[in-house]
Design a protein around this ligand. Structure first.
Ligand code: HEM
Length: 406
């Protein structure tokens, strides 16, 4: 194994186009202690079990002193954690309240009923590209789609995108554990500013409610009452970011993977009913969330014979688990027809992705419509340039040539 540490190897931008050989080497041991104190969990079953183990926490306040660069210094303006970074019972209550206007049990058809609306947004985006012989899949398609969708769902004006983009970029930079501590503190500031912007919007929705989630949170009262304003703000920050920063990568990774596997592109074009299977395989093969760098042990924990001490930072390498040959046959082969595909792309357990049904539907519609209208697609640059984050991994740009038919 090379002399640089495992964390440095994963964080290295040179590994971004193809991080999988690094994961394959790391998988020789289910748990690796990095020199930084981080414990990396690399194999499928160990990750799967830890995602459902209450002895491991998502709450950053449980990290041992000094191990948490993300905690703000005293007096610094900051927002409390959102429910992705909380444990039960706080997590469960906030997730249930946030979910009321989004999914089951209170709104079971909300996402299902969006099929027509999503197809219309995709069609508009593709119509706008008709006649072009070269375009950037990320900037022209994979990014505007989930932004439009999450804005519409939440009740955030899409015209505000240039304003919130700067703040979202600031927050996302802080999710990159390879960033220096100062930059991660700057991310807390961006999160606070984004919260201020969303607090104003929430107040506006209180005065003039619409059909969106922010309006539902301020007006609708279920058996558990309403959230406080600060709770609504932290939820809105989480949903706005999680709702597009991941799906953009799934769509872009999807187009790239299809262009590298023309037989699969043809299969989708000829039989759009294969889209759900294709998207599941993408979530296994090229997961947009590569790892979860935000867990902490609440006790000394024996994982596959290695004791992870209480208070240690733990990274769960989802993308490595998804390529574990002890779990998946031919894991490095992209095979949408594989029957057993319980990937880790959306996590598992109490924090399993809240937006999974929406992300699945958006990506199924986006890829199906794109391949049905794109003739002779080619990739002028392979690999494309990648975003800096090793966590939320995907192309920064993806230029393709071809003819988009009306
Ligand atoms: C392809 C797209 C997406 C991927 C790969 C993805 C992946 C994930 C993963 C791996 C987790 C687990 C985090 C953890 O255990 O710490 C998660 C949680 C979450 N996701 Fe997604 N996500 C996607 C899209 C979305 C969308 C569209 C939304 C919102 C509409 C969303 C909202 C959330 C929220 C709120 C959580 C936190 C759940 C909790 O802590 O209970 N995600 N996502």
């Amino acid at each position: 194994m090379s002399s640089t540490s495992p964390v440095q190897r994963i964080a290295d931008q040179a590994a971004r186009p193809d991080p999988y050989p690094v994961y394959a080497e790391l998988r020789r041991s289910p748990v690796i202690r990095d020199e930084s104190g981080v414990h990396l969990v690399t194999t499928y079953w160990e990750i799967h079990d830890l995602l459902q183990d209450s002895r491991i926490s998502s709450d950053a306040r449980n990290l041992a002193p000094g191990a948490n660069p993300l905690l703000a210094e005293e007096g610094e303006a900051t927002l409390p954690p959102s429910f992705i970074r909380l444990d039960p019972p706080e997590h469960d209550r906030l997730r249930r309240l946030a979910m009321r206007p989004f999914g089951p049990p209170h709104s079971p058809r909300r996402i299902h009923d969006m099929h027509g609306e999503l197809t219309a947004i995709v069609t508009d985006l593709l119509d706008g590209l008709a006649g072009r012989e070269r375009f950037d899949v990320v900037d022209d398609f994979a990014y505007p789609l989930p932004v439009a969708v999450i804005c519409r769902l939440l009740g955030v004006p899409t015209e505000d995108e240039p304003r919130f983009r700067v703040m979202v970029d600031g927050v996302v930079a802080g999710l990159n554990p390879a960033q220096p501590v100062e930059e991660r503190r700057a991310a807390q500031h961006s999160r606070f500013e984004l919260g201020q912007y969303l607090a104003e919007l929430i107040e506006e929705h209180r005065r003039h409610p619409g059909e969106d989630m922010l309006s539902a949170w301020v007006t609708d009262e279920g058996p558990e009452g309403r959230m406080s304003l600060v709770e609504m703000v932290t939820n809105a920050v989480l949903l706005l970011i999680a709702g597009h920063e991941t799906t953009v990568n799934l769509i872009a990774n999807g187009v790239l993977t299809l262009l590298r596997h023309p037989d699969q592109l043809r299969r989708l074009r000829e039989d759009p009913s294969t889209a759900p299977q294709l998207v599941e395989e993408l979530l296994r093969y090229e997961p947009p969330v590569q790892f979860l760098p935000q867990r902490t042990t609440l006790t000394d924990l024996d994982v596959a014979g290695t004791v992870i001490p209480k208070g240690a930072p733990v990274w769960l390498l989802l993308a490595s688990g998804n390529r574990d040959p002890r779990r998946f046959t031919d894991p490095d082969t992209f095979d949408p027809a594989r029957e057993d595909n319980q990937h880790l792309g959306f996590g598992f357990g109490i924090h399993a992705c809240f937006g999974a049904p929406l992300a699945r539907l958006e990506t199924q519609v986006a890829l199906t419509e794109l391949v049905s209208r794109l003739a002779d697609p080619q990739l002028p640059e392979d690999p494309p340039p990648y975003r800096p984050s090793p966590v939320l991994r995907g192309p920064r740009h993806l230029e393709i040539t071809g003819r988009l038919v009306a």
